[in-house]
Design a protein around this ligand. Structure first.
Ligand SMILES: [Mg+2]
Length: 247
């Protein structure tokens, strides 16, 4: 494998199964990797989710000085200096949020998709500069979520409809049932450009590891930057990539 200096990971579907914490094995592998490389983690999720999914599970003594966090596609940027310090872009305006919430109101009827019998938590979560739609609710059990849209077709259909209502916004498929909505131009390429600007990494130094590079996927914008990438189907494959980087 080419010599990289910086490895960037997506979270859901890459480091973890959707909205589940890191497993012990991958946590150990990350703490080894961080001794040899600079790491960055980017996701549509907010910092709180980074904390309980990732940070709380890294072994004590992990070299956090080498880790950069980019919650909500890098609209928040965090580095470690004894504790985590984050800078955030301004949140989406209340008008934008209302407008987006309205566009989702009748989405099941309009798309012809069956309306879920039960909603687990909020349908649309406010993440500051991003809103996040989860078809079964933000807290739905993983077993149900994994069955809802394994081929992304439901969400492709929903995005197609939403585009009529939400010009000026970007919508991308993330997680297992999620659609991430931001102002146009805010996506993972935005976060990675910010990472390169605020550190000394050049795009030739970086390997990006993610699970959703197909059209409409939330890792796809990274391709336009010309960064090398590896597509994985889940944490088990990511472990193999890490092991290869460690040899
Ligand atoms: Mg993912």
């Amino acid at each position: 494998m080419k010599k990289f200096k910086t490895i960037v990971f997506d979270i859901d579907g890459t480091l973890t199964r959707s909205k589940l914490p890191l497993d012990e094995e991958i946590a150990k592998l990350l703490s080894l990797l961080i001794e040899k490389y600079q790491l960055a983690i980017i996701s549509g999720a907010g910092f709180e989710q980074f904390k309980w999914q990732i940070l709380d599970h890294l072994p004590n003594g992990s070299k956090l000085e080498n880790l950069y966090l980019l919650p909500t596609d890098g609209t928040v940027f965090c580095r470690y200096n004894g504790d985590w310090q984050c800078q955030a872009d301004p949140a989406m305006s209340p008008e934008d949020k209302t407008h987006i919430a309205q566009a989702f109101e009748n989405i099941f009827e309009e798309s012809g998709l069956e309306k879920p019998k039960k909603l687990y938590g909020e349908l649309v979560e406010d993440r500051g500069a991003q809103l996040n739609f989860s078809a079964l609710g933000q807290d739905a059990p993983i077993e149900l979520k994994e069955k809802w849209d394994p081929d992304n077709k439901n969400r492709e259909l929903i995005i197609k409809i939403l585009k009529n209502y939400l010009p000026g916004f970007s919508m991308r498929i993330g997680g297992t049932t999620s659609i991430e909505i931001t102002r146009s131009g805010i996506d993972k390429s935005y976060g990675l450009k910010k990472l390169m600007k605020l550190t000394n990494f050049s795009k030739d130094d970086i390997l990006y590891v993610g699970d959703k590079f197909s059209e409409g996927g939330n890792d796809a914008p990274v391709l336009a930057l010309g960064i090398e990438y590896k597509e994985v189907k889940g944490p088990e494959e990511t472990k193999k990539v890490i092991l290869e980087l460690l040899t």
